[in-house]
Design a protein around this ligand. Structure first.
Ligand SMILES: [Zn+2]
Length: 357
């Protein structure tokens, strides 16, 4: 510990004395007079250290009324910073608290538990809430731009190519989609066909409401009712603005995780952590909502709701865990679960129909 020289005024006599001043790591200010065995030790919190003004000498006021005049501002500030072990600005008190808690394993365990609890709560309840607010505040035009950008990216990376379906076939499906969106009252949407290439048999909704269906999916379907069932499900995602919600949820989780870990790279990893572990649950809620939307429409159109499960099961068999992760099936409940809920929906429709009679 290097001491800085200072001039010591005892507060009673006007003559200064040569002395040294040290700030110890345990936050004590030690003033030692040169030439005699005299040390004054004060707690740093009892010593008033004025702010630095360029390189003018500073006068430190000791609690007993004595004053130390220090010229070596750099050394004084360095000692003080070391002693306070506190390079953090005031706004980072939470990190300081964590650091203090880290010192004991009990504290560390408690901090970890508290952090986990807060992050879990945020991921579970906060993020969907934030996402709802963000999505409500996002104008449809902005969402449409995001969707158009996704499509451009897909195109640039050769993920999709122009559809090779027969134009008459496309027109049939477009007519069915138009009928569906008019029936459901979803106006901001359009259907587009592409060759899926790496996406394979697939259908998905983009931010802004464009629904993409691949030629491969159309070919996979055994009848039009299956395609209509898939389109109805995707229209359910459009109606709920699910894609934008997911984007907003993931982004808000990134922000919160960064705040807690103070590290963007950790937060980057954490995108996957909550997204894989917890977002799964609200992604499932979205899927259930979209299914319900689809079952409602299929019921009105006189199409058995089991058509959705039929094509999904075929899709899963076809994909069978291959490298090409299908956007559609990866984010969707298992075929078994869906078939069950479709059968429930069918039974319900039957019951209510019987009730009407
Ligand atoms: Zn879905």
């Amino acid at each position: 510990m290097t001491a800085v020289p200072c001039r010591f005024f005892d507060g009673r006599t006007s003559a200064p004395r040569e002395a040294t001043l040290t700030i110890t790591p345990d936050r004590k200010v030690v003033v030692a007079l040169v030439g005699i065995e005299s040390r004054r030790v004060h707690d740093i919190t009892d010593v008033r250290i004025p702010s630095r003004i360029a390189n003018t000498p500073r006068h430190l006021l000791l609690p007993d009324g004595a004053v130390c005049e220090v010229r070596d501002n750099d050394s004084l500030d360095a000692m003080r910073a070391r002693a306070e072990r506190d390079p953090l600005p005031a706004g980072r008190r939470f990190e300081r608290l964590l650091h203090a808690l880290d010192s004991s394993w009990r504290g560390a365990a408690a901090a970890l538990a508290a952090t986990a609890a807060i992050l879990y709560s945020f991921t579970q309840w906060g993020a969907p809430m934030v996402a709802g607010v963000v999505v409500a505040a996002t104008p449809p035009e902005v969402e449409a731009v995001i969707g158009a950008n996704v499509l451009t990216l897909f195109d640039q990376f050769n993920i999709i190519e122009p559809s090779e379906l027969d134009p008459n076939r496309r027109n049939e499906l477009l007519a069915a989609f138009t009928e569906m969106k008019e029936d459901a009252g979803v106006t901001e949407t359009e259907l587009r066909f592409y060759t899926g290439r790496r996406l394979g048999a697939n259908a998905f909704a983009l931010p802004g409401g464009t629904v993409i269906v691949t030629d491969e999916l159309v070919e996979l379907a055994e009848n039009d009712e299956e395609i209509i069932a898939v389109l109805a499900h995707e229209l359910g995602h459009v109606e709920g603005r699910h894609v934008m919600r997911r984007i907003a949820q993931t982004s808000s989780m990134l922000v919160v995780w960064t705040a807690f870990t103070g590290d963007v790279s950790v937060a980057g990893l954490s995108i996957f952590a909550p997204d894989r572990l917890l977002a799964q649950s609200y992604s499932r809620n979205f899927e259930r909502d979209a299914d319900r939307f689809a079952f409602d429409y299929l019921g009105r159109a006189g199409i058995p709701p089991t058509r959705l499960g039929d094509i999904l099961r075929r899709l899963e068999r076809r994909m069978g865990g291959t490298a090409g992760v299908p956007v559609w099936s990866s984010s969707h409940p298992g075929a078994e679960e869906r078939s069950r809920s479709a059968e429930d929906a069918e039974a319900q429709a039957r019951d209510s129909a019987e009730g009407d009679e």
